[in-house]
Write a protein that binds this ligand. Structure first.
Ligand code: ZN
Length: 279
């Protein structure tokens, strides 16, 4: 029987709690997103992440505290500097709201637990990796090291992947990526005389770190999804701008984030397609 007691405990007490919880998570997400913007901008220039307040890129006017509210300030200022009226890049509110929305999505998909918290940290680090690689064509090794270190709380507080799965996960994609990279390097050097790889070392080390965090199954899903998105993204970018952009990091980051949220389901779905044809 569904009585008053059940109503009190399920729907009626649940939805206000959920609204409040997700609102707090979103606000926390956009605030951290605001800091991620600072990291994306300053880390490649080796500038301090904490000291000195931000200035307008055009007129140098100090950004007022009132203009530092994530997303809302940008909307309130209609994307313009309060002093000179120069456009402020929509990149800032995009990074902030992306981080906020992905935090909400993470808790909605994974529920409230240690894995969700670790995944939120991972997603923020991936946002930095992705945007920085897009800007500078470099994957920052400090951020990748932090992703690798997340494997420690993950191993202690979640039953996400066994130690064996983490060790194999670290190697199963990074080793073939490394080999492909080195072979492509030989061919590229012979053909053009330039020294670069089809898959750069940064991408390889990123997959090593993420593999240690997510385990074998999820890192394989990450690589598949990342390569697929890179192909689609590369074609779309070329169609729109006429240029080709070689940054692989943003797509791998998306693949890793998707695998962290739905890796198990994607793997089961894919294997299920062929399950009856394997015997
Ligand atoms: Zn200005």
């Amino acid at each position: 029987m569904f009585g008053f007691e059940d109503m009190l405990h399920s729907e009626f007490t649940e939805w206000p709690f959920k609204v409040m919880f997700y609102s707090i998570i979103f606000l926390l997400g956009i605030s951290i997103g605001s800091f991620l913007n600072v990291v994306i901008l300053r880390l490649p220039r080796h500038e301090s992440l904490i000291k000195s307040s931000s200035h307008c890129m055009t007129c140098g006017a100090k950004i007022r505290p009132i203009d530092l509210i994530p997303v809302f300030s940008w909307l309130f200022l209609r994307g313009k500097c309060h002093s000179c009226g120069e456009k402020i890049s929509p990149r800032y509110p995009i990074v902030e709201s992306l981080n906020g929305l992905l935090y909400v999505l993470t808790f909605a998909v994974l529920d409230i637990n240690a894995k969700a918290i670790i995944t939120c940290v991972l997603i923020s680090l991936l946002i930095v990796v992705g945007f920085m690689d897009w800007d500078t064509m470099e994957i920052d090794m400090i951020i990748v090291a932090l992703i690798f270190l997340l494997a420690i709380p993950s191993a202690i507080f979640t039953e996400d992947a066994s130690i064996k799965s983490r060790i194999i996960g670290a190697l199963v994609i990074s080793v073939p990526f490394f080999i492909i990279g080195e072979i492509s390097r030989i061919f590229i050097r012979k053909k053009t005389g330039e020294d670069f790889r089809a898959i750069e070392l940064g991408d390889t080390i990123l997959m090593f770190a993420a593999g240690a965090l997510l385990g074998t199954q999820a890192i394989i899903v990450s690589a598949f999804v990342g390569i697929l998105l890179a192909a689609i993204g590369g074609i779309a970018y070329k169609a729109v701008t006429g240029e080709s952009k070689l940054a692989f990091g943003p797509y791998l980051s998306m693949g890793i984030a998707i695998a962290a949220l739905w890796g198990g389901s994607i793997a089961n779905w894919y294997i299920g397609l062929f399950a009856d044809k394997m015997q």
